[in-house]
Write a protein that binds this ligand. Sequence first.
Ligand code: PXP
Length: 255
Amino acid sequence: MAVAEKLRLGVNIDHVATIRNARGGRLPDPVRAAEMAALAGADGITAHLREDRRHIGDEDIARLASEIGLPLNLEMAATEEMRAIALRHKPNACCLVPEKRQEVTTEGGLDVLGGGAALQGILDPIKAAGIRISLFIDPVEAQIEAAVKAGADIVELHTGAYAHAHQDGDAKRFASELARLQKGAELADAAGLEVHAGHGLCFETVAPISAISQVVELNIGHFLIGEAIFTGLEGAIEKMRRLMLEARRGQGASA
Ligand code: PXP
């Protein structure tokens, strides 16, 4: 089984656009945040073009795809509209996520098992265009198996329930959610999938996830953009990277 030496950080810049959109206009510019993230050591940029365009917009995706030097991970719902956008801009990867209009953020993973021909019809042309396919799923064996069958390159394991358990101060639930993620990462890696993780991670929760040796990329946004208010974006990213790498090295040393 592959033990990943390297752990990448994808910085999600959606919430720079949330602040911009609160007033309209062009500032703060998410592309500037992406450039700054690159300077601070991010390995990739993640942006979620939601169907309601509540933060990132079409022009942001066009600029991110053409102006930044880092790989772009486009998070999107599995719809025909988003498929056309992905094929137009050809990001490095597309991460298919479930989307409900009323939700505050992405709640729960994609149902790949129940996705059937409709999901396959979105996924196949994107994959055929040479764009890597990532599926944002809960760490559930049946969903991992379905992701393999669907032809995904990557699964991103949803860390939202784990992050909520931490926020609620529920140590028992935190431990059981972490164990689910560890098991999910093992299963996905053994099935030949690249393993990513993300959602709701912060300085206090990033280390145990970074220590899961099969995980090669974390995608983190909301916390970093919030922390940037206090320490600047570069400072927030540098600290996150340091915590990730320390946890990964510690895991390597004890293995
Ligand atoms: N990964 C995926 C698939 C997501 O949908 C999101 C949120 O857009 C993230 C990671 C980042 O989550 P957060 O902003 O809570 O760090």
